[in-house]
Design a protein. Structure first.
Lengths: 390, 75
């Protein structure tokens, strides 16, 4: 604030050139706006009034002082109830000046009663704001869970009901996985440190598809470690997708906001982490029938092709055979023509001696020689005549 | 350390790829038979995983030097 130029123009030195009221209140507002960031203020509510517009106006006071406050509808509508006069509250506020009234007042963004865990709440709100500033609550950070996880790390107490519930649900739904339990205290002294260390360990385990962090229900104090900013940051730093399951349905912890999935109970976390075996069976069965149908079609096509081929083969064979038969017939005719029998048909005869030797010369026919004459239709025994008639 | 169970997800992914290729009208019979045979084997494997797997629960222990080991924890 030291470097701030409080009066850009010299303030009027005399009645001549006096500032207007608007000038001086605007100056005051600029000064206050520039001089204050948001602050947390503790005080007692008094003169509370809610207008039809939904905006709230009241005064915050303590023993020494008081200040006017406004809380716009857009900021107060998330609160469960209007504060009653006389209660003590923490407010997160931006001080400013309302120029029309020349009134210094607080524009309130958050309001938390100090009673009934107001301090817890305040701490939680601070942690939450810090996480939000760092973008850790951004819904775009949420990663999908794997469909068929092979190894699941569980960061929880080894003797708690949460672990028993998770093991029982996953054992029933999807025993195709391994559960690796990273033991840690989940409440009491040192629980925060142990949770952070266990989450860091879980992040270093090999081939882990999902990390579940959580515990069963308990008092606000019991669940408090899961509202620690450090633990929430440790959840955000786990490389694998995370599921946070703290307490019962209605308990929402800071780790829930940072994890990829918030489950209302540890059993619900287990349900969300794994698929159902029965559904997977159906998926496999459907693939089985697609596989069978997939093969049936190419087989049918193959059969048709085979039939077409065999038809062509048969007709090819047929014509081949016919050609061969014609050839055989033709050759037969030629053979026939060349046969000596054909010559004999024409009236010739062949003479053979008794050894079967063909007698082609007259000199071979000695007187009295017995020989055979082969004719077209058979043989005749013959003999040359004996000597001359002297 | 790397004793994770056989991956049902990977089996299913391969089966889906097989079926998709088998459903391609341009596939020839030899390839179809080859895929079918592989598919039947993987179907059996996937069913076996679903029927016979038993949940294993291990406890993770971290040594002082940061090394990690596991032992069996009764579910």
């Amino acid at each position: 604030m030291g470097g701030l130029d409080l009066f850009g123009e010299a303030p009027p030195a005399s009645a001549e050139g006096a500032w207007s009221v608007a000038d001086v209140t605007r100056r005051a507002r600029q000064l206050i706006d520039a001089g204050f960031q948001r602050v947390w203020v503790r005080g007692e509510v008094t003169g509370f009034k809610s207008y039809r517009s939904g905006h709230w106006y009241f005064t915050l006071r303590d023993a020494q002082a008081q200040v006017r406050c406004v809380m716009w509808r857009s900021d107060n509508e998330r609160l469960p109830a209007e504060p009653e006069d006389g209660i003590e509250v923490f407010v997160e506020a931006k001080p400013s000046v309302w120029e029309e009234r020349g009134e210094f007042r607080l524009g309130i963004k958050r309001l938390i009663p100090t009673a009934e865990g107001g301090l817890w709440q305040l701490q939680l709100e601070r942690a939450r704001a810090a996480l939000e500033r760092d973008g850790l609550l951004d819904p775009a950070r949420k990663r999908p869970l794997p469909q068929y996880p092979r190894r699941i790390a569980i960061v929880t107490s080894p003797d708690g009901a949460a672990l028993r519930d998770i093991v029982s649900v996953i054992g029933r739904r999807w025993p195709l996985t391994q559960l690796w339990v990273v033991p840690t205290r989940v409440q009491g002294e040192g629980a925060e440190d142990e949770l952070c260390a266990a989450l860091e360990t879980a992040g270093r385990l090999p081939e882990v598809d999902v990390v579940i962090v959580g515990r069963g229900g308990g008092s606000r104090e019991d669940l408090w470690s899961f509202n620690s900013e450090r633990v929430a940051r440790a959840v955000a730093a786990v490389p694998a997708p995370t599921i946070s399951a703290v307490g019962h349905e209605t308990d929402v912890a800071l780790t829930d906001l940072v994890a990829d999935l918030r489950a209302p109970t540890p059993s619900a976390a287990a349900e969300a982490a794994v698929p159902d075996r029965g559904a997977a069976m159906e998926t496999v069965a459907a693939l089985g029938s697609r596989l069978a149908r997939g093969l049936a079609r190419p087989v049918e096509l193959g059969q048709e092709r085979l039939e077409r081929t065999s038809d062509r083969l048969t007709s090819t064979m047929q014509s081949q055979l016919e050609r061969r038969a014609a050839l055989v017939e033709q050759l037969g005719a030629t053979l026939d023509a060349l046969s000596p029998l054909k010559v004999l048909e024409r009236g010739y005869a062949v003479a053979r001696d008794e050894t079967g030797k063909v007698l082609k010369r007259a000199a071979q026919f000695s007187p009295g020689l017995a020989f055979r004459l082969a004719l077209a239709d058979g043989e005749v025994q013959a003999r040359t005549s004996e000597g001359d008639d002297e | 350390m790397s004793d994770a169970k056989p991956s049902f997800g990977a089996e299913l992914e391969r089966l889906e790829a097989i079926v998709r290729e088998l459903e391609d009208p341009a596939i020839d019979l030899d390839r179809a038979l080859e895929l079918f045979e592989e598919g039947v084997g993987r179907l059996k494997g996937a069913r076996k995983l679903l029927r016979e797997s038993e949940l294993t629960v291990k406890r993770v222990l971290e040594e002082s030097d940061g090394a990690i080991r596991t032992d069996d924890l009764d579910g």
